[in-house]
Design a protein. Structure first.
Length: 406
C-alpha cells in the first residue's frame, strides 16, 4: 500500500508541476497573435518586419507559421541590417529580394525608412524582430524609422513583443547627445536601455512628428529580472557575429573596440569575446584586467589572426595579421556591469599603450558623446568617468518609467 501511495503522490506531483509550468511559461507576442489575436490581421494587407531569428517558442520561424495561416495576406516583407536570412555582415548594404513571390524590401540599403510606395499596398505592419538590448544594435533604429513612416502615411503598426535578452532592470551608460545621433544611436537613450521592443516603440512614438497608430501584443509571464537563458526559449543568433547568449552579455562591454584601433574579434570565431592588436602586450593586459575585474572574469592571454569569413567578417581589422590580446570569460553575472566594464577595459588599454591606442569618430557615435574619449585620454580614473553620466541617466530612468508595460 505504501508503495502505491508513493507512486500516486509522485503522479499527482508531476501533474501539478506540469500544469504550473504551462500556466507560467513565457508566451511571446507572436505566439499570442497566432493563438489568440489572429483576427487583428485576418483579411488585411500585411507588411512584416522580421528575419529568420524571430522564432516561436516551439522553434518554428514566425514568418513560416504566418505563411501557413489561412486568410492572412502578406503583401511585403521588410528586411533590416544583416538581411532577412541574416547572411550579411555588419554594415553590408542589403538588396531587395523575394520569398514565396512576396517582395522583400531592404531597409538597410540606399533606403533605411519605408517609402510611400513601399506602404501603398499595406494597411498593417507587423514587427517581430529579436533585439539584444544595446542602443547601437540597429534593429531599434529601424523600428523608429518604421514608426515615422507609418505615422506619416497612416499605416497601423502591431509590435509582437519579445524579451530583452539582458533583462529589463539593468540600465546604464551615457544618454546619447543630440549631435551624436546616427543609425547606431537613433535617440536619447543610454547604452543599455533595459526595455523591450514594445516599450521602445511607445517611447519612440512619443518623440516623432507624426505619431503612428500602434498596438503592442504583450508577452505573458515575462519578468524584468529574467535573462534570456532563464526563459527556456529557443535561441537563434540575431546577427552573424552574435554567436550565442554569452556574446550578447559581453557585447555592450566590448563593442566599443569597434571604434578603436584594436580588433573586437571580428574575423575570428569569438567576436566580442576577444580583443587585441599587433601592438598589445597581452601578458600585461591580462594582469591589469585581472587586478581590476578578476572577480568578474577569467582572462586568457591569447594570440589570434583575423581572417576573412564570408557573411560574417569579409574584411576585418588586421586581416591576416597576427594580433595579441585577451579573451574574457564571464564568471560572475550578478556583479557584472557591461558599461562600467567597458570603461575599465578601455582605460587599461590606454594606460598600457598610450602612444599607440587610438579612438575614432565611430567611438564617439557608439558612446553617444565625445566626453568618454576625452576623459579616457586625460587619464581620468574609471570610477570618475562612470560618475560623469549618472545625472543624465537618472533623468532618463524617470522618463523611462512612463513606457514600461511589465
Amino acid at each position: 500500500m505504501t508503495k502505491k501511495l508513493l507512486i500516486y503522490a509522485a503522479v499527482i506531483s508531476a501533474a501539478f508541476l506540469f500544469v504550473y509550468s504551462q500556466e507560467n511559461k513565457i508566451k511571446l507576442g507572436n505566439e499570442i497573435l497566432l493563438e489568440e489575436k489572429i483576427e487583428l490581421i485576418k483579411n488585411k494587407r500585411i507588411g512584416v518586419v522580421t528575419n529568420t531569428a524571430a522564432l516561436l517558442p516551439d522553434g518554428k520561424i514566425f514568418i513560416d507559421a504566418l505563411l501557413d495561416t489561412k486568410e492572412i495576406n502578406i503583401t511585403a516583407i521588410f528586411a533590416l541590417e544583416h538581411g532577412f536570412e541574416l547572411r550579411n555582415a555588419a554594415g553590408v548594404l542589403i538588396n531587395n529580394s523575394e520569398l514565396d513571390q512576396i517582395k522583400i524590401h531592404s531597409l538597410y540599403g540606399s533606403i533605411k525608412k519605408p517609402t510611400r510606395a513601399m506602404l501603398n499596398d499595406i494597411n498593417i505592419i507587423l514587427f517581430d524582430v529579436q533585439d539584444i538590448g544595446a542602443r547601437f544594435y540597429t534593429y531599434i533604429s529601424s523600428l523608429k524609422y518604421i514608426l515615422e513612416s507609418a505615422g506619416q502615411y497612416g499605416v497601423k503598426v502591431i509590435i509582437l513583443d519579445r524579451p530583452n535578452p539582458l533583462g529589463g532592470i539593468y540600465v546604464d551608460g551615457p544618454v546619447l547627445e543630440d549631435e551624436f545621433k546616427s543609425f547606431i544611436g537613433i535617440d536619447n537613450i543610454p547604452v543599455v536601455h533595459g526595455m523591450t521592443i514594445g516599450e521602445l516603440a511607445l517611447f519612440f512614438n512619443d518623440r516623432i512628428e507624426h505619431r503612428a497608430e500602434i498596438e503592442i501584443v504583450k508577452m505573458q509571464n515575462w519578468k524584468r529580472e529574467f535573462l534570456w537563458d532563464e526563459l527556456n526559449l529557443p535561441w537563434e543568433n540575431p546577427s552573424p557575429n552574435i554567436l550565442n547568449f554569452e556574446t550578447v552579455l559581453l557585447y555592450p562591454a566590448t563593442c566599443f573596440f569597434e571604434g578603436t584601433n584594436l580588433s573586437e574579434g571580428r574575423g575570428t570565431y569569438l567576436p566580442f569575446n576577444i580583443f587585441g592588436a599587433p601592438f598589445i602586450d597581452q601578458s600585461s593586459l591580462k594582469s591589469e584586467i585581472e587586478k581590476e575585474l578578476g572577480e568578474i572574469f577569467s582572462v586568457r592571454a591569447i594570440e589570434f589572426i583575423p581572417i576573412s569569413i564570408p557573411d560574417k567578417a569579409p574584411n576585418p581589422k588586421y586581416l591576416n595579421e597576427g594580433c595579441r590580446g585577451v579573451q574574457l570569460i564571464l564568471n560572475d553575472r550578478k556583479n557584472y556591469n557591461p558599461v562600467e566594464t567597458a570603461i575599465f577595459l578601455l582605460s587599461i588599454v590606454n594606460r598600457l599603450h598610450k602612444n599607440q591606442f587610438k579612438m575614432n569618430k565611430h567611438f564617439d557615435l557608439l558612446w553617444g558623446t565625445d566626453k568618454i574619449r576625452e576623459l579616457i585620454l586625460s587619464g581620468e580614473p574609471p570610477e570618475e568617468i562612470i560618475k560623469s553620466w549618472q545625472q543624465d541617466l537618472s533623468i532618463f530612468k524617470q522618463l523611462r518609467k512612463n513606457y514600461l508595460i511589465y
